[in-house]
Ligand binder design. Structure first.
Ligand code: UGA
Length: 356
């Protein structure tokens, strides 16, 4: 199997490459402007690495030459950091829609199998969040189904949705290419994958506001408070990166069953509010380091206006039924929240903890 991976040195890409290259029969061509997360693979004999950004200069002929040599295209290249959606909406839309589209069009024209990474954020907010107390506890109003749930996003001036709408448009283009030209595709909607090498640790590895896992990790490591945006009531289903890569490998291994579908990839057993996640993080630090001081690590509240600036609006909840995914892929996530946090905290503690 030959696989072209765009965004191969991102968080997901780096774990995917580890798994793909562990198989003797797989060759990978990887595109990414950065190399840090795959430095350990850089000289791998079955990896051809192009240190190149999509849409940079006149890269399309080189991309096409690479795609012609591959059976699969895994398109991971994206901006997926919520602090940029409202502050850099133009760049967010450009990268996630206009730079992504040539890859899709090319895969359709060449008849290559495409696995495109979208987002659980395409659903926007749940119906239940708009109905408020009138919604009661009706699962039909919040359980997300990859083929039937509508997508509900806030008004245009809430630029948080620049990303989700760009991703939705790409999904619609992929589906149109499938219906009209037979593009063989699978669309993956990740539900908060957690694990080593995610984003960057702010104040340690780089400056900025990454996603919640590195924000909380950095706060714990630097002795600063974990910040709960708008009270930490938003809920997410946390998924081990290893369970996620298992699902991806199943997609690649079973094309007859997997192609032509949209996938919610996540672990519904691991649903938590961000407040609960902060408490779980404290407990993981105590377990991993053996230091009781982490049990009382400070947690503060901050408004989304102060944290992200104007134009932020949150997805209230992301929980799904994965029955169809499990049946098609022969896959089920197995890592619970505590075990995946322990693994992740241990990895960062070894690099950045006391005395590291
Ligand atoms: C992001 C991306 O937009 C999605 O495309 C992607 O699928 C998802 O990450 C993911 O990792 O799968 P989101 O879950 O909103 O979506 O990203 P986070 O920045 O990790 O935020 C999660 C929640 O934590 C939000 O409610 C946010 O307001 C909150 N948060 C974030 C905090 O309470 N404190 C922080 O320090 C950071």
């Amino acid at each position: 199997m030959r696989v072209l991976v765009t965004g191969c040195a991102g968080f997901i890409g780096s774990h995917l490459l580890d798994r793909l290259l562990a198989r003797e029969a797989v060759e990978v061509i990887g595109w990414d402007p950065d190399v840090a997360r795959i430095a350990h693979l850089r000289d791998h004999p079955r990896l051809a690495f192009r240190q190149q950004r999509l849409g940079q200069g006149d890269t399309l002929p080189a991309l096409e030459a690479d795609m012609r040599r591959c059976d699969w295209v895994v398109n991971l290249s994206a901006i997926c950091n919520p602090s940029l959606y409202n502050t850099e909406a133009l760049r967010t839309i450009h990268v996630n829609l206009f730079e992504a589209y040539p890859v899709i069009e090319m895969a359709a024209r060449l008849g290559r199998r495409l696995v495109h990474f979208s987002t659980s954020e395409v659903y926007g907010r749940t119906l239940a969040s708009y109905l408020g107390s009138r919604a009661g506890d009706d699962p039909d109003l919040y359980m997300l189904d990859a083929e039937t749930t509508p997508m509900i996003m806030g008004p245009i001036h809430n630029q948080r949705w620049s990303y989700a709408t760009a991703k939705q448009m790409i999904e619609r283009l992929i589906y149109a290419h499938h219906v009209e030209q037979g593009l063989p595709f699978a669309v993956v909607r990740p539900f908060n994958f957690f694990g080593p090498r995610m984003d960057y640790l702010p104040g340690i590895e780089a400056e900025g506001v990454p996603r919640v896992l590195p924000m909380f990790l950095s706060a714990m490591l630097r002795g600063q408070p974990m910040q709960l945006v708008d009270g930490g009531h938003a809920r997410r289903t946390i998924t081990s990166i290893h369970d996620a890569i298992d699902a991806l490998m199943a997609i690649l291994d079973r094309p007859e069953a997997s192609l032509g579908h949209f996938y919610n990839i996540g672990n519904p057993e691991n649903e938590v509010s961000m407040r609960d996640l902060a408490h779980a993080m404290r407990r993981a630090f105590v377990r991993v380091t053996g230091q009781p001081r982490f049990a009382d690590h400070p947690i503060v509240e901050v408004t989304s206006q102060d944290f992200y600036g104007a134009g932020y609006e949150d997805s209230d909840r992301r929980i799904m039924d994965i029955g169809k995914e499990a049946a098609r892929l022969g896959w089920r996530p197995t890592r619970d929240l505590d075990s995946l946090l322990d693994e992740t905290v241990a990895w960062y503690w070894e690099r950045y903890g006391d005395g590291a």
